[in-house]
Design a binder for this molecule. Structure first.
Ligand code: SF4
Length: 608
């Protein structure tokens, strides 16, 4: 992997890497890039979709720094709000936080900012920048220095920066961030960790919505502010668009057009956006609220007028609630920045098919490489149970009952933890209703981070429990169940998105962009990636051993089987329960039966 990365860097090109978890890809990527960046005076970035994933990069850099006594400078950057030590504003969410900070600084009312600007202020905290953002925050807090200002200043002299995707992908903040830390894209090498998330993350920065609920809440804010701003025309706009456009009552959704709104707006859009944003900020300051619906509406109106044909504008009605949504179908603009970088190293354990991601990221000249798992194949058993289905037309109380019974039967064979991952909360709840065995850990809709962490800790320390969770969520992605804490994983169904106007629009748009591959790229493969992510939770190291049971008749269909086989070898069995029991009873662990790392046909070849 180091050899391949060096080759890409020397050629000033990008590289897409699919590599299984546990082989040390973070260390390999960081060490090779570090050397190249130092020699060539470049800046390196390690970007992740979630803050919790920064830790592994911090530990890697810390390790290299200590082991080789290298004086390398790096900093762990998180969003401004997470580094803000001013308790008067750091609880505010979204855009409004940035505006509040801005106005405090402008009015010279943030003492922490003032202190950060004093001569030598950063010297007091510089050494703590190597310890990760939490320790750095604490250190700045103790000294009364704005941690964001300090981190940005330290970043100017740092050659390695750990940060979030948004620092580079968000078109609204990228330019100011780069200017602040004195970096240029053309002099930057970027490691994109968990790169299969790039498209959805980049799309989210361009999407926005306006609902009956947000208008009602904004009206309350105006009343509390005793403001004479009148936004009742927004209710009228929503009603009139829904009445005019939604002709199919069963789907309750339709496209709308910018012009549908124009004729109802009382004055220029820019003026309204500014007025709503300003009043929203005043409301936050006065009431110490976390967020403002007035700011939310202002953000929607800006997004609406900036939206082009790469966005879908959809009106939907559910009961009395009407919602207008702007949805980015493909984030062309945020992704265009990738081409400006010196080099991008995209890596993930589920970046297959690599050619698809190369097309999606629009880095056509990039190389691709796929490293096979070096872990013993005999430590993993993957079987299919094609006797059930969670296809919409097959869902019924009987089918849920059957699935529940099968889960109980499998758990009966296992002396240890089993995680069951479902395609949605609806299916999870429906199956749970028929469980004749206790399910100790159940993921709930809208669980807060703290509750998720507590539940994961509980499950990890349990020794004979069942976990029910959904695919594509915090329990099935970006979390390490290390030390062989899971003995088996059951995947119920395929987490394909529910067909609706948004999905149809995305497929259609991507069909045009990618030569008729819209359905594959926007619908089928993202579902399979969620399966591969969930299935990959159990085997995190050479000594982990677990079975995976794929429950759904579609896993036996050629298309799904061949896609899932990119990630897992599937075995055949006429009696899954006996096979699982046999696998679990083999207590002798086989040493690595594979010392060859081979690239996929679509990657360059490499043998170690
Ligand atoms: S200047 Fe720093 S401490 Fe002050 S409000 Fe802004 S982010 Fe917070």
């Amino acid at each position: 992997m180091i050899h391949d990365i060096n080759k890409a860097l020397s050629a000033k090109s990008s590289l897409l890497i699919n590599a299984p978890t546990g082989i040390g890809k973070t260390d390999a990527a960081i060490s090779s890039i570090l050397e190249f960046a130092i020699k060539n005076g470049l800046k390196a970035f390690f970007l992740t979709p979630k803050i919790s994933q920064h830790k592994i990069a911090v530990e890697s850099l810390q390790g290299i720094r200590e082991k080789f006594a290298l004086d390398i400078s790096y900093i762990d950057m998180v969003g401004k709000r997470n580094l803000c030590i001013n308790t008067k504003v750091n609880y505010i969410e979204g855009e409004s936080f940035y505006r509040s900070c801005e106005s405090l600084v402008k009015a010279k009312k943030c003492q922490f900012y003032t202190k950060a600007k004093e001569k030598g202020a950063f010297e007091k905290v510089k050494n703590d920048s190597y310890l990760g953002h939490n320790r750095f925050f604490d250190s700045c807090f103790d000294k009364g220095i704005c941690a964001y200002e300090a981190a940005s200043d330290i970043a100017k002299d740092s050659m390695f920066i750990i940060a979030d995707y948004s620092h580079v992908l968000n078109p609204y903040t990228r330019a100011s961030f780069f200017k602040r830390i004195g970096a240029r894209m053309e002099n930057s090498i970027i490691i994109w960790d968990e790169a299969h998330n790039i498209i959805s993350a980049a799309s989210s920065y361009l999407s926005a919505n306006l609902s009956t609920y947000s208008i009602a809440s904004a009206k309350k804010e105006l009343a509390e502010m005793e403001s004479n701003i009148d936004i009742t025309y927004l209710d009228f706009i929503l009603e009139s668009i829904a009445g005019k456009r939604i002709t199919n009552a069963s789907t309750g959704e339709a496209y709308f057009d910018k012009n549908d709104i124009d004729s109802f707006m009382p004055s220029g859009i820019e003026e309204i956006v500014e007025q709503l944003e300003k009043t929203g900020l005043e409301y936050i300051t006065k009431t110490e609220s976390k967020r403002s619906s007035l700011s939310h509406i202002s953000r929607f109106l800006s997004a609406l007028y900036e939206s082009d044909d790469s966005c879908a504008r959809i009106v939907s009605r559910k009961g009395r609630d009407i919602k207008l949504s702007i949805i980015a179908l493909y984030p062309k603009e945020p992704l265009s920045v990738l081409k400006e970088a010196y080099s991008n190293i995209f890596m993930s354990g589920t970046l297959l098919p690599l050619n698809m991601y190369r097309e999606l990221f629009d880095v056509k000249t990039a190389d691709t490489v796929n490293y096979a798992s070096p872990f013993p194949k005999s430590n993993r058993l993957c079987l299919i149970d094609a006797d059930v289905s969670t296809k919409y037309e097959d869902r019924s109380p009987d089918s849920y009952k059957k699935i529940a019974k099968k889960i109980c039967a499998v758990k009966g064979k296992v002396n240890g933890n089993v995680a069951v991952f479902f395609p949605s909360f609806d299916v999870l709840d429906s199956v749970y209703r028929y469980m004749e065995r206790q399910v100790e850990y159940i993921q709930r809709r809208d669980m807060r981070t703290h509750a998720v962490e507590t539940m994961i800790r509980g499950f990890k320390s349990a020794d004979d429990s069942l976990l029910f969770a959904v695919m594509g969520g915090s329990f099935s992605e970006g979390i390490d169940y290390s030390n062989n804490v899971i003995k088996g994983i059951i995947i119920v169904g395929i987490p394909l998105e529910r067909p609706n106007l948004e999905l149809n629009s995305r497929i259609e748009y991507m069909n045009k962009l990618f030569n008729g591959k819209g359905s594959e790229y926007a619908y089928i493969i993202p579902g399979i990636i969620r399966v591969a992510q969930a299935a990959g939770r159990a085997i995190r190291s050479e000594s982990d051993r677990a079975f995976i049971l794929l429950m759904d008749k579609r896993y036996d269909w050629n298309m799904y089987k061949s896609l899932i086989s990119n990630f897992i070898n599937i075995s055949k069995s006429s009696d899954n329960l006996t096979e699982i029991a046999k696998f679990l009873n083999q207590n002798s662990r086989v040493k690595s039966d594979q010392s060859t790392i081979s690239s996929s046909p679509e990657g360059s070849s490499l043998t170690v």
